[in-house]
Design a protein around this ligand. Structure first.
Ligand SMILES: C[S@@+](CC[C@H](N)C(=O)[O-])C[C@H]1O[C@@H](n2cnc3c(N)ncnc32)[C@H](O)[C@@H]1O
Length: 285
């Protein structure tokens, strides 16, 4: 056993973490019981959105939030509605809204408005740009966010480690496949990257440690209030709006507007030659 771990250090690192925090076969049931408990305590009288709540769960948490008295309930997901979601929706004459869109899409996020409670589990690791997604989740949040992720264990001697999965060697993939419950659900991480057109987000992109997760949340304007590390590979975090002030981030047009202002009063024939192309762009926009 240990020889195998010696030959595959990733497997050794993952197994060491699992030995430190042993889990039983009921761990996922307990995780979901805890998630339902959190929804029951957070949703009453609040607006609630579950981002990425379709696959495998068919809107269960959005329906639960509605039953608990949430004022507006939205399930936002890239996926089409499942048959199970549609059946449950009509069976219960539900008011849950399904809004289909991409969490990377600034237009889709702006159109959603804001919510007291933003729920998002199992989504961020599907993105090449998790901070960008987290900024969008934060933009939606006025009060509380629950962010859940498959995570990687801390790496001894290093804080805030993340692994970029696409392209990792087979030996690493095998280690992840063994410890994360098989290769089927994890292209990019436990088997090679799936490069089918439009399928990028079906892959796993980033393995994020809990310490990196915490820092990502701080720098997207969130204060952590509760953490649930159900097993070394899955972490849910409850956070409130806070953290670093978001005015550290310049607006997207900040630099462009500096150039526009710098040359605003300069006659065309006195512009530096290197600035002419950009001023032409401004004239044409
Ligand atoms: C692994 S499932 C997680 C399901 C459930 N939230 C859970 O915790 O088990 C990922 C979900 O996120 C959705 N998703 C992935 N990337 C997305 C994106 N960029 N925008 C919107 N939804 C996305 C998928 O369609 C899928 O329903």
């Amino acid at each position: 056993m240990r020889v195998q771990e010696h030959q595959n250090p990733v497997l050794g690192w993952l197994r060491t973490a699992a030995r430190r925090q042993p889990s039983d076969p009921d761990v996922w049931d307990r995780a979901w019981d805890n998630r339902r408990r959190l929804v029951r305590s957070l949703a009453p009288g609040r607006s609630f959105i579950d981002v990425g709540g379709m696959f495998g769960v068919s809107g269960e948490l959005a329906f639960l939030a509605e039953e608990c008295g949430a004022t507006r309930c939205v399930l936002f997901d890239a996926m089409d509605p499942t048959d199970e979601f549609a059946a449950r929706h009509s069976r219960s004459s539900s008011g849950v809204q399904h809004i289909q869109g991409d969490l990377h899409d600034p237009e889709a996020i702006a159109a959603l408005g804001t919510f007291d409670v933003v729920w998002c589990t199992g989504v961020l690791y599907h993105s090449p740009n998790p901070m960008f997604q987290l900024m969008h989740l934060r933009q939606l949040t006025t009060e509380t966010m629950v962010l859940g992720n498959l995570v990687i264990p801390e790496v001894p001697g290093f804080d805030q480690v993340c692994i970029l999965y696409p392209g990792i060697p087979k030996k690493m993939q095998d280690g992840f496949a063994e410890m994360y419950g098989g290769p089927e659900r994890f292209p990019g991480m436990a088997v090679p990257f799936d490069a089918t057109p439009n399928y990028a987000y079906a892959n796993m992109w980033w393995g994020i440690t809990p310490s990196a997760m915490r820092s990502m949340m701080r720098f997207t304007g969130l204060d952590i209030i509760e953490e649930y590390l159900y097993l070394p590979f899955c972490l849910d975090i409850v956070a409130k709006v806070g953290g670093e002030s978001l005015d550290i981030y310049p607006p997207l047009d900040f630099c462009r507007e500096r150039a526009r202002r710098r040359y605003a009063d300069t006659p065309q024939d006195q512009l530096p030659r290197w600035a002419e192309a950009q001023m032409d762009q401004f004239d044409n926009s």
